[in-house]
Each structure stands twice: as C-alpha cells, then as structure tokens.
Design a protein. Structure first.
Length: 228
C-alpha cells in the first residue's frame, strides 16, 4: 500500500525577528508564512489523484521530474524545488552568526577564491547580475577535492540538478528583500553575510556524498516526512 506523504511547511529554526536588523520580522513572516507556504500548498494540490507519487519527498520530486506525468510536471517540479530551496535557505542563516568559516571549508575558500572577501565579491557580482528572480549558491563539486564555485540560478533551479552540492544559498527573489531594501539587491546581498550559518555550510561541504542530499529531509525540514 502506498504511504501518503503530506508535504508540510517546516517551522523556522528561529523566530521571525531573530535576524533583525539585517532581515526584518515582517519580511520573514511573509516570506516563510506566505511565499514558502504557497509552494507547499501548490505541491499538495498538484499531487492529488496521483497515488504513485504520494510517497515521495519534495527532494525526490525535484530531482526526478522526468518521472512525473507531463500534465502536472511543471507545477510539481517548480513547487517541489521552491520548497527544497527555501528549506535550504532558512538553514543557511542563523541568529548566532558571526565570525568566519573555519577548518576545511575555510581552506577551500582560500584555495578556490583567494579568501573570504573575494568569495563575497563573486557572490555579490553573481546575484546582482542575475536577471529576474532566482538564487545565488556556493556549491561544491562531488569530485576534484570539493572545488567551490559561485552559481546563480533562475526561478527555482537548484545546482543539485547538475550534480553539485549546495553549501550556501541566498534567495534573490524580490520578496526576500524588497520590504527592507526596496530595489537595492546589492545592499541586501552584502548585509546577508552577517546572518550566514557557517556551521551549517561546513556540514554541507564536509558531507558531499549523494546520500547527503537527503539531509535536507532529515535535518533541514523534518516536517517533510509523512504525516501531519
């Protein structure tokens, strides 16, 4: 018998106001409680009547779009990816942020960018040049000693679809920053580093095996498991 999975909005790992003054409580409330929630609702709605898909996680649905019936493929793929990306995004930030990366991640940043300041500059450039809505990522390769790269993706694309490991991600859809920064995307990108969760980034970097993708379900969003 197919185990039905109801996709749920995961709770934030901190209060809405916890990232102030860098990201306001109002922005976080609307971003999480409305925008992210809308992807979850859309995903559940699209899957009604498709029993063969009801036991799969949002991550599986995002990574296996070709196995989804064509009549719902676009909606499921976009909704699942929006769900996955946002869940990774919330864990990329923490109110206990501060300092700089350390250990293997810091060494890799020095190796591949020439230092943290140059990584931030590359990140700012990629996010500022991205046309329309999307995401900016720090990714690691699965081979080649985990080489780090900055990538920008449009819509809800995710570098896991090309085989890369997401280490950090920042949301540059307008709803992520417009209430606080208006059209100043660059200002938002620069201030975002003050809330970056380097501990989480290090965990993602140090566990690049394919199975580590599923940490999203286990750690980042336990509510994505069945039930509720």
């Amino acid at each position: 018998m197919t185990v039905q999975m109801k996709h749920l909005l995961p709770p934030l790992p901190y209060d809405y106001a916890a990232l102030e003054p860098h990201i306001s409580a109002h922005t976080m409330m609307l971003h999480h409680g409305r925008h992210h929630a809308s992807y979850v609702a859309s995903l559940n709605s699209a899957l009604k009547g498709y029993s063969a898909l009801l036991g799969h996680s949002a991550l599986w649905l995002m990574l296996n779009a070709r196995r989804i019936p064509q009549q719902i493929r676009t909606t499921v793929r976009n909704s699942a990816a929006g769900h996955v990306n946002h869940s990774l995004f919330w864990r990329s930030m923490t109110p206990a942020a501060g300092g700089e990366p350390s250990g293997r991640l810091a060494d890799a940043i020095d190796r591949d960018f020439g230092g943290l300041d140059l990584l931030k500059a590359r990140f700012l450039e990629a996010g500022s040049k991205l046309f329309g809505s999307g995401w900016v990522w720090l990714t690691a390769s699965r081979e080649d000693c985990g080489v780090l790269q900055v990538r920008a993706t449009s819509g809800h694309d995710n570098p896991m679809l090309q085989g890369y490991v997401p280490v950090l991600v920042n949301d540059v859809w307008e709803h992520a920053y417009y209430l606080d920064r208006e059209d100043r995307r660059g200002d938002y990108l620069e201030r975002w580093w003050a809330v970056v969760n380097w501990e989480e980034a290090a965990r993602r970097f140090e566990n690049p095996a394919p199975s580590s993708e599923h940490r999203f379900e286990r750690d980042a969003a336990p509510a994505l498991r069945a039930g509720g």
